[in-house]
Design a protein around this ligand. Structure first.
Ligand SMILES: Nc1ncnc2c1ncn2[C@@H]1O[C@H](COP(=O)(O)OP(=O)(O)O)[C@@H](O)[C@H]1O
Ligand SMILES: [Mg+2]
Length: 248
């Protein structure tokens, strides 16, 4: 029995001549909150894409709960428990938030279709949708058409949709990007309150949010891990300050 949720071994991704990810190895324990930081262009998003299967790595391995998933398609990795935020294009603008959630729930749970009591099944889906919205702070917005909600609320909806796939390991790429300070606070608090049966990997630009949420931090620079440690270790590290904050 291993309590390692995710292991990445010597992962590389070369675009043309550029090694966007240049031999990254990581081990993330089950239940851990791991935050990935690093300057723009460090390779954070590319690394996420190679782990989740959006991109095919040039070399290296990805192991999920001890199982090699390196050659599996993205949907197979999703089925094995990798979750990520959906793009805004996956939201139906004319449907309400509740309906969007209900569709996603039906879409991810085939059992709903074989129930012999459709009204009961519908009530279950509706209840689950409302619970999901409540979890991301959108409880009062269930009957709003998706096109009428704010950008920040859409980001919350995306998070609810991602949680709907019941991920074991959830990948969030800058979930607070573009949000107002109040929305940022709300989303980061909500992420902090996610149950510990979800292992979290998050890319976060805001240092305070990153260090506040993380159990451990991985610092990426020019495609390589330059430091992995506790938030305190990262805070105290001079090289990180130079690279990340651009201090001379
Ligand atoms: N599809 C692509 N084709 C070519 N180069 C890319 C592609 N995606 C990213 N890159 C390059 O790879 C490097 C890392 O990008 P990215 O992973 O987006 O960094 P980060 O998320 O840390 O800002 C950058 O130099 C970027 O220009
Ligand atoms: Mg990025």
């Amino acid at each position: 029995m291993s309590n390692t949720a995710l292991e990445v071994g010597a992962l590389a991704k070369v675009f043309g001549g550029l090694a966007a990810v240049d031999g990254v190895s990581l081990k993330v324990a089950a239940g851990e909150r791991r935050v990935l930081i690093g300057p723009n262009g460090a390779g954070k998003t590319t690394l996420f894409h190679c782990i989740t299967g959006t991109l095919k790595p040039t070399s290296g391995q990805v192991t999920l709960f001890g199982r090699d998933v390196t050659r599996l398609a993205e949907y197979s990795r999703t089925a094995l428990g990798m979750g990520r935020t959906f793009q805004i294009t996956n939201v139906f603008p004319d449907l309400t938030l509740g309906e969007n959630l209900a569709l996603a729930i039906v879409g991810t749970d085939r059992r709903k279709w074989v129930l012999h009591r459709p009204m009961q099944a519908y009530a279950d889906v509706r209840r689950q949708a409302l619970e999901s919205l409540e979890r991301v702070g959108l409880a009062g917005r269930a009957d709003q058409p998706a096109k009428l909600v704010s950008y920040g609320e859409r980001r919350q909806l995306e998070l609810a949709l991602a949680l709907n796939t019941r991920p074991k390991v959830l990948f969030l790429d800058e979930p607070c990007a573009g949000l107002s300070p109040a929305e940022r606070q709300r989303i980061s608090q909500m992420i902090g309150e996610l149950p510990r049966d979800i292992t979290l990997l998050m890319i976060e630009h805001d240092m305070d949010v990153a260090l506040g949420l993380a159990d451990r931090v991985t610092v990426l620079h020019q495609g390589r891990v330059i430091l992995e440690g506790s938030p305190d270790e990262v805070r105290a590290n001079a090289q990180v300050r130079d690279v990340y904050f651009g201090h001379a």
